[in-house]
Design a protein around this ligand. Sequence first.
Ligand SMILES: Cc1cc2nc3c(=O)[nH]c(=O)nc-3n(C[C@H](O)[C@H](O)[C@H](O)COP(=O)(O)O)c2cc1C
Length: 158
Amino acid sequence: MVNDKTLIAYETKQGVSGETAGVIAEVLRSEFGLEVDLVDLNEEPTPDLMQYHNIIVGAGVRMGKVYSKATKFLENDFSGKQVAFFASSAWGGTPGEYYESAMKRFVGKTLSKYPKISVVSKEAFGGRIRYFKKTMVDNVDLTKVKAWALELGKLFTR
Ligand SMILES: Cc1cc2nc3c(=O)[nH]c(=O)nc-3n(C[C@H](O)[C@H](O)[C@H](O)COP(=O)(O)O)c2cc1C
């Protein structure tokens, strides 16, 4: 197949969405033999999507908003492609009500603006806040990221 590749397009400011994207890529390659490209939307905001069948979009959140290069990227035409989305935030890594709010406000509300996209899976992950080299918040959970990547791999190869 020409277009069976996977693209992970991410936007990060504190680094977490990039790390998360890297872990997902590693799982998809090693466990499912998928060909995966990683694109940092800060460096390459408009990657060519033609060759990709699976697209994962991920970004951080500030002041309740998913980063804008990632939301701009969601304006693309993804018809015929399988799309997955994740957001990294402090709330996303706090179990219970905060996680539920992150799913609703950062993930659900963002995706509701792009009703044409058929999303196969979505998730809210934790984040990290560093201020003057001091870590104020760190609830990144790469075990959870790996588990989601395994789910995605199954969806992409079914
Ligand atoms: C200025 C600033 C504002 C933030 N606002 C929010 C917020 O509104 N909600 C939240 O859950 N996390 C918030 N965070 C935490 C970020 O989501 C966290 O740093 C996350 O790791 C960002 O993703 P990134 O590392 O990929 O940039 C904020 C962090 C900073 C530095």
